[in-house]
Design a protein around this ligand. Structure first.
Ligand SMILES: *Cc1c(COP(=O)(O)O)cnc(C)c1O
Length: 380
């Protein structure tokens, strides 16, 4: 018996053909397909500019650099996030300062963030956790008041929107991931959207070794051009093969999100009467792509989170523990972050579970997940 996976990328013949055709053009990295993907992604989000990079972690790293964050600075972020969020702060020599999240949305709690400001605080790294938008307006107001830079980790949030506008259109540095575990994928890949032309130019420079002239300009020029390397840059390029796949994925994004939301709504309704779990909830103006569907076991649950996960696995259903906390991972314990006290984040991380959700998901699989969860929670 094959088991139900937790996630599955939605890739088809169109993506395969796009990759095939790109390979045959002979231009396989950061060329015309990357430029097309950037233009289409920016237009989709309603952002003036987009810069494609190798993944969201490199997108976050470059965002820290162009925001001017460095040694001695502090950046406030959630611990309850994928570890790359906090790592990107360490890469530039700055210190992540972990703040609490709201236990319903798993997004940063602005009141708790306020308590952690020091004279060294330079930025807030706001995560739209598992696709649920954070309160961007509250954080932009807060950051303006305290003269802080706002950077969005929208790794999971392509296709989500906040107050009627797509994530990617609200602030100056928004970072996306196209890892297969996200809603659309290019194998690996990332994108930064920005409204600032200075950031746009600087991001393009840094992702390609700090080279003053890009390959495309040199290739198309009728005159001899020699490049100069005007900054110590990185190789964070996306390939044209990835971008060609990304263009096809972007064309499907709204349909994928709509299908994901149908499944999420099915789960909402099927679990509505269970009083020992908390379900994800969209407040007015919030539109999630449901990159993941997480349920939170309350203290009155008849079994522990890990017991529930094991029972589901025995039934042929894969689940995952909820979002991790970074400060309890060995790398951060070794850096001394284990003294950080975040009871809300720790409780949420230890008692939540992510259920299978992918497109297309057979109705029989959806129903199997529902009946297994209900059975194990005593709601057969
Ligand atoms: C997946 C993820 C990342 C890392 O994205 P990559 O493209 O794998 O580098 C960063 N932040 C969050 C919140 C994520 O979920």
């Amino acid at each position: 018996m094959s088991s139900i996976p937790i996630a599955k990328p939605m890739l088809g013949v169109e993506e395969a053909e796009a990759a095939y055709n790109t390979i045959l053009t002979g231009w396989v990295t950061q060329g015309p397909r990357v430029q097309e993907f950037e233009e289409k992604f920016a237009a989709y989000c309603g952002a003036p500019y987009a810069v494609a990079v190798s993944n969201c972690t490199t997108a976050l790293h470059l965002s820290m650099i162009v925001a001017g964050i460095g040694a001695g600075d502090e950046v406030i972020c959630p611990s309850m996030s994928y570890i790359a969020t906090a790592n990107s702060i360490l890469y530039v020599g700055a210190t992540p300062v972990f703040a609490e999240v709201n236990p319903v949305t798993y997004n940063l709690d602005v009141a708790d963030v306020a308590k952690r400001i020091t004279p060294k605080t330079k930025a807030v790294l706001l995560v739209h956790q598992i696709g649920m938008p954070a309160d961007i307006d509250a954080f932009s107001t807060f950051c303006k008041q305290h003269n802080l830079i706002l950077i969005e980790d929208a790794a999971c949030a392509a296709g989500s929107s906040y107050k009627g506008r797509k994530i990617g259109s609200h602030s100056d540095l928004v970072c996306f991931s196209f890892h297969p575990r996200k809603v659309i994928t290019t194998g690996d890949g990332g994108m930064i959207t920005t409204s600032k032309v200075e950031f746009y130019e600087r991001l393009k420079l840094l992702r390609q070794h700090g080279m003053s002239v890009n390959d495309r300009v040199r290739h198309e020029s009728g005159k001899l051009i020699f490049e100069d390397h005007i900054a110590v840059g990185y190789n964070y390029r996306m390939t044209d093969i990835q971008a060609a796949v990304g263009i096809q994925q972007l064309a499907r994004l709204d349909d994928i999100v709509s299908e994901r939301r149908k499944i999420a709504n099915y789960y909402h309704e099927a679990f509505a009467d269970i009083d020992c779990i908390r379900l994800p909830k969209e407040a007015d103006g919030y539109f999630s792509n449901y990159q993941s569907y997480s349920i939170y076991l309350l203290p009155n649950a008849p079994l522990t989170r890990n017991e529930l996960m094991q029972h589901l696995l025995d039934d042929g259903i894969n689940s995952r523990r909820g979002i991790m906390t970074s400060h309890r991972e060995t790398a951060y314990v070794d850096l001394g972050f284990d003294t950080v006290n975040l009871p809300v984040s720790e409780h949420a991380a230890d008692n939540s579970i992510i259920l299978p959700l992918f497109v297309p998901m057979p109705q029989a699989d959806i129903e199997k997940v529902v009946s297994a969860v209900r059975k194990h929670l005593g709601y057969a």
